[in-house]
Design a protein around this ligand. Structure first.
Ligand SMILES: Nc1ncnc2c1ncn2[C@@H]1O[C@H](COP(=O)(O)OP(=O)(O)O)[C@@H](O)[C@H]1O
Ligand SMILES: [Mg+2]
Length: 247
């Protein structure tokens, strides 16, 4: 099993939209486990048809197996997740051990993270084979990039493990109609260079509809949905290649 962590300590940058579509995309080809670490549980709601018997919080208490319930299995977020943010940091390694334990039962695991650098996010980073970082195209998001990269490196050096593959910064609610965003994107591309993921997810109504209908954009009708589908599937085809998910 290879683990993809979608993280950015900022909220509202499109993390959960990307994880939901990654879940639907990978479940078409791989045995897919999805972990919702955000107590806001938006992902748990959107992927409610695929919930495991196990809650995410269980993965922090002891190494816990998640019995697969089909091509897609999702561990549910609950408010109890806030309880793992105490001083005891052992839960970070326990979470890593839980994912390890599930290695043989799944090909790929996708983790959605809360908008904060917490024990949960550190656990995700400790378990990560690859990290994808959705970002907003605005000054605040761009200013946060250095801290984001520091967190990824920090966890690896603290636990003396190789760094996960950084797949890149993915502009994820990119408003191409906004001149300001287009300009910011150009300057980001110049400054961030190779840190930028080769692709974007544009701001489109189809994604908001996907969340409320619990269906990927490629199940929607119409040319706008087809464009969204080509765009986001392209992103995951690149992720799949870079993570060498196909044996
Ligand atoms: N590419 C997009 N185009 C339009 N709306 C989007 C897009 N991505 C996400 N959204 C919407 O924006 C809001 C925040 O997105 P979400 O994925 O929940 O972000 P995060 O998980 O980073 O907080 C949600 O209402 C979601 O439906
Ligand atoms: Mg979210």
């Amino acid at each position: 099993m290879k683990t993809l962590v979608v993280m950015n300590e900022k909220g509202g940058v499109g993390k959960t939209n990307i994880v939901a579509h990654a879940a639907w995309f990978f479940a078409e080809r791989f045995r897919t486990l999805v972990v919702d670490l955000d107590q806001q549980a938006n992902l748990t709601t959107t992927l409610g048809a695929h919930l495991a018997a196990v809650e995410t919080v269980d993965l922090f208490a002891e190494a816990t197996a998640v019995p697969p319930r089909g091509p897609l299995t999702v561990t549910r977020s609950t408010r109890e997740l806030l309880g793992v943010e105490g001083v005891d940091r052992r839960c970070i390694e326990v979470f890593r051990d839980s994912l390890r334990l599930n290695g043989p039962a799944y090909d790929v695991c996708v983790v959605d993270t809360p908008p904060a650098l917490t024990n949960r996010t550190f656990g995700a980073l400790l378990a990560a084979d690859a990290v994808l970082a959705p970002i907003g195209i605005n000054d605040y998001s761009i200013q946060g990039i250095a801290e984001l990269l520091r967190a990824i490196k920090g966890v690896s050096s603290h636990y003396k493990r190789p760094e996960p593959l950084f797949l890149g910064l993915l502009p994820s609610i990119f408003d191409r109609k906004s001149r300001r965003e287009r300009e910011l994107f150009e300057s980001l591309a110049e400054q961030a260079g190779k840190l930028l993921f080769p692709g974007v997810v544009a701001k489109r109504d189809a994604y908001a509809k996907a969340a409320s209908d619990s269906e990927p954009v490629w199940h929607q009708k119409g040319s706008a949905a087809r464009e969204a589908a080509a765009e986001i599937r392209g992103v995951f085809e690149t992720v799949e290649k870079r993570m060498r998910l196909r044996a």
